[in-house]
Design a protein around this ligand. Sequence first.
Ligand SMILES: [Mg+2]
Length: 141
Amino acid sequence: MWGAAAKKGSGSAASGVPAPPARIKLLIVDDSNIVRRRIERSQQFEELRVVGTAGNGVDALAIFAKTDPDVVTMDLTMPMMDGIECIARMVELKPTVRILVISALADKATAVEAMEKGANGFLNKPFTDRQLNEAIDELIR
Ligand SMILES: [Mg+2]
């Protein structure tokens, strides 16, 4: 599924150099600037490319429509539009999108609801870089 973008226009087949790994587009959604930067910095997959960051669900949907991400990290508690609604809308727009909810698990019912709306994984705040990378790895393998 990820291969289509990478095959387009690389044009280096004649040199015999293997094609670079497909770039998986990542969108980071969290109303905390600190958390957004933390996720951006700690992701260690060279095949991932951050195509956008958003601080609320409304901005996230606008960037989603523009950049067509493959993977999204999603906060739940945010102004304007929360993560639950944002997940539902994204899945409607692109059923194949992989969404990792990153949130403080204050309320188990909310996590369950997120999964029902189409989220694919859950990472509890606070998290370590290793936990984040493992959670993303599970999502994209
Ligand atoms: Mg939040």
